[in-house]
Design a protein around this ligand. Structure first.
Ligand code: B12
Ligand code: SF4
Ligand code: SF4
Length: 405
């Protein structure tokens, strides 16, 4: 045992607090907002390595080429390939505020879009990376000569497997990492170091016979316990996928316009996590504007408006074209003909992706009163349309409206 802390409150004169290296790291991590901090060895285990390979072989990564690419795939399986001589991996979790609404309230808000809770504040990637680097600097003092690297999300690191092995939390059937107290409302990061730190015990699974997440998934993307087919997952479709969303999946997306939290919202381990009391973390603090935002206002955003509104938000990832595509789908699913004028306004948008999805949405909102107007507007646009995919959307929309007559 050794006292590693040089300054109060860890080592106060008279009441010398003696703590182990790991306790000291944990305490410092907590100072950066990392509510959980554990340690493991650089080994993801055969179960995870094989399951990852099967997932990619089945093409479940969809268009996320960076997940299937051979070199990166091998790196995920072998953490030692990410830092020569790595001996220990420190895993951390940074909590964010759970959604302030329930599933029913969110889907009943037809004029609004649902944005995943982690994206209600600033972009966590920037925040966590900065904080992990600052923590890593402090480790330099504690660990002596060592090499280290920090990772958050985007690197080829199998974060759940390492979190599980380090005892930070278990991987639930929806594949997210869960802690008994925090539920799953947190994000993961790691520090890889060449220093040797005593590893923690791995986590134990507490899903039991529950299948709530599998049952609630709107697109049945959890194809088996612990297996999410990304191609079906609304999170993938709304954030990662850049093209025309398969038309059979669009009605299932409801009003989710950026990510999806359904499988987490029904998880009993999230039941006790407070929805009303935001976590005190200034940067990740939810901004009201992303809490069930008005769909019509979002559809009016031009490129500059989008850039300004989302410049510090993870939502910038989809670019305007992706978000407005999702907004069109939510409008089409709303059953609200009051959205028709807004959708007609973007039928000649400079982005084919938005034009095409607006056409689809208009066909869904056709009624006796507006069908002639909609057919005329779509036919007019069809004459000028050059993009093959948008052209296809216009033709299908016209056919659908005619069939409904
Ligand atoms: C690709 C990716 C996605 C993809 C694919 C999701 C997936 N399940 O793979 C998409 C875009 C769909 C996605 C969505 C989301 N993501 Co994501 N995503 C990632 C990323 C970059 C890689 C995940 C990965 O390795 N997938 C490959 C597959 C094969 O892994 P897997 O699904 O975990 O499968 C494992 C299990 O099947 C396990 N296994 C096999 N058999 C068995 C048996 C048992 C008993 C057990 C326990 C395990 C087990 O082995 C496999 C390999 O480890 C990670 C960050 C990272 N670098 O790890 C973030 C990450 C997982 N995402 C995260 C988040 C927040 C989300 C969303 C909640 C965002 C949202 N609200 O929209 C959703 C949740 C959807 C869901 N249910 O998974 C967080 C999760 C935080 C947490 N508490 O767990 C991460 C860790 C990012 C971060 N740094 O915080 N994501
Ligand atoms: S995030 Fe949504 S779509 Fe994806 S697995 Fe969970 S419930 Fe299903
Ligand atoms: S909903 Fe049930 S099965 Fe799914 S992760 Fe939570 S406890 Fe596990």
């Amino acid at each position: 045992m050794q006292c590693y802390a040089a300054e109060p409150p860890l080592c106060q004169s008279g009441a010398m607090a003696v703590m182990s290296l790991k306790e000291n790291i944990r305490e410092r991590a907590a100072g950066y907002g990392f509510a959980l901090c554990h340690v493991t060895q650089p080994d993801v285990g055969a179960l995870h390595a094989e399951a990852l390979q099967r997932w990619c072989d089945a093409g479940m990564q969809g268009d996320m080429a960076w997940m299937g690419e051979v070199v990166r795939l091998e790196r995920r399986k072998t953490p030692e390939s990410m830092l020569e001589g790595v001996k220990s991996i420190i895993t951390v979790a940074m909590p964010y505020t759970a959604p302030a609404y329930g599933l029913e309230e969110a889907s009943a808000a037809k004029e609004s879009g649902v944005i995943t809770a982690y994206a209600h504040g600033d972009d966590y990637h920037d925040i966590m990376k900065k904080r992990l680097k600052a923590l890593a600097l402090e480790l330099d003092e504690m660990l002596g000569v060592h090499d280290q690297r920090v990772f958050v999300d985007t690197a080829p690191v199998l974060e759940h497997a390492l979190a599980d092995a380090s005892g930070l939390g278990w991987q639930g059937k929806h594949t997210l990492t869960i802690d008994r107290k925090l539920g799953s409302w947190f994000l993961l990061g790691e520090i890889f170091t060449t220093a040797e730190i005593e590893p923690d015990e791995s986590a134990t699974n507490h899903c039991g016979s529950c299948t709530a997440c599998i049952d609630v998934c709107p697109t049945q993307a959890i194809v088996a316990p612990f297996v999410v087919d990304a191609r079906l997952c609304i999170s993938y479709l709304t954030i990662e996928f850049d093209g025309f969303i398969p038309s059979q999946l669009r009605p299932l997306m409801g009003n989710r316009i950026y990510g999806c939290d359904d499988c987490q919202m029904v998880c009993p381990w999230n039941g006790h996590v407070s929805k009303d009391k935001p976590l005190i973390d200034d940067l990740l603090m939810p901004k009201g504007e992303n809490n069930l935002p008005d769909l019509a206002s979002l559809l009016r955003l031009d490129d500059e408006g989008f850039r300004i509104r989302f410049r510090r938000s993870p939502i910038k990832r989809t670019k305007r074209r992706g978000l407005l595509r999702n907004v069109c789908i939510a409008m089409g699913n709303s059953g609200m003909t009051t959205f028709v004028p807004a959708l007609l306004d973007v039928l000649d948008d400079h982005e084919a992706l938005i034009r095409g999805h607006a056409a689809w949405a208009l066909a869904r909102l056709t009624d006796q009163d507006n069908q002639a107007q909609l057919l005329a507007a779509l036919a007019l646009q069809l004459e000028h349309e050059k993009d093959p995919a948008a052209l296809q959307e216009f033709s299908s929309a016209i056919e659908d409206i005619k069939e409904a007559l």
